[in-house]
Ligand binder design. Structure first.
Ligand code: GTP
Ligand code: MG
Length: 180
């Protein structure tokens, strides 16, 4: 491979507490899953190197606290993001209903140069749960929401069963790269 400058892509993951943001990142980066819930406090990032076409990129993925009282770093780190990943749990209606707030808040705080074109990706996580019987948000509902926000790409994932996690993050990296 030729020596090229490595591109750093900053990605931020937002969504309600308990939807599986940390779990998705752990599955993607470490191939690990834990049933135990440990709330994220503040924000932290992990990095992963990957190749997109002929480009080497370093994906810097920022995990954030869904619980308001742990959002201690405020929102300063929203700035400079190349892509924003929104996560909800398919088994919790409230986590879907708050997507509008997360979306709006991100744009407000990050104030990207072209908000209408800023790339988001939506993940509907926990599709494994209870064999799908506890699902309360339909795929159609999620896709309609994505369409209403200017065709946001949508993936249904399971951090537990490692379903669609790599695929989602590859799309995230490609989208971030296109926006970089
Ligand atoms: P905050 O840090 O509070 O914002 O929460 P979070 O979004 O990071 O959620 P976290 O990844 O900590 O997951 C919350 C709980 O859901 C944990 O008990 C996980 O084991 C569980 N969980 C996460 N993803 C999945 C999934 O895909 N399927 C199932 N069945 N459980 C999951
Ligand atoms: Mg977390």
């Amino acid at each position: 491979m030729s020596l090229r400058r490595r591109t750093l892509l900053k990605v931020i993951v937002l969504g309600d507490s308990g939807v599986g943001k940390t779990s998705l990142m752990n599955q993607y980066v470490h191939k690990k899953f834990s049933q135990q819930y440990k709330a994220t406090i503040g924000a932290d990032f992990v990095t992963k190197e990957l190749q997109i076409d002929d480009k080497l990129v370093t994906l810097q993925v920022w995990d954030t606290a869904g619980q308001e009282r742990f959002q201690s770093l405020g929102v300063a780190f929203y700035r400079g993001s190349d892509c924003c990943v929104l996560v909800y749990g398919v088994n919790v209606m409230r986590s879907f209903e708050t997507l509008d707030n997360w979306h709006e808040e991100f744009l407000k705080q990050a104030s990207p140069p072209n908000p209408r074109k800023f790339p988001f990706i939506l993940l509907g996580n926990k599709i494994d749960i209870d064999g799908g019987n506890s699902r309360v948000v339909s795929e159609k509902k999620a896709k309609d929401w994505c369409a209403s926000k200017g065709n946001i790409p949508y993936f249904e994932t399971s951090a537990k069963e490692d379903f669609n996690v790599d695929e989602a993050f590859i799309c995230i990296a490609k989208t971030a790269l296109a926006n970089e």
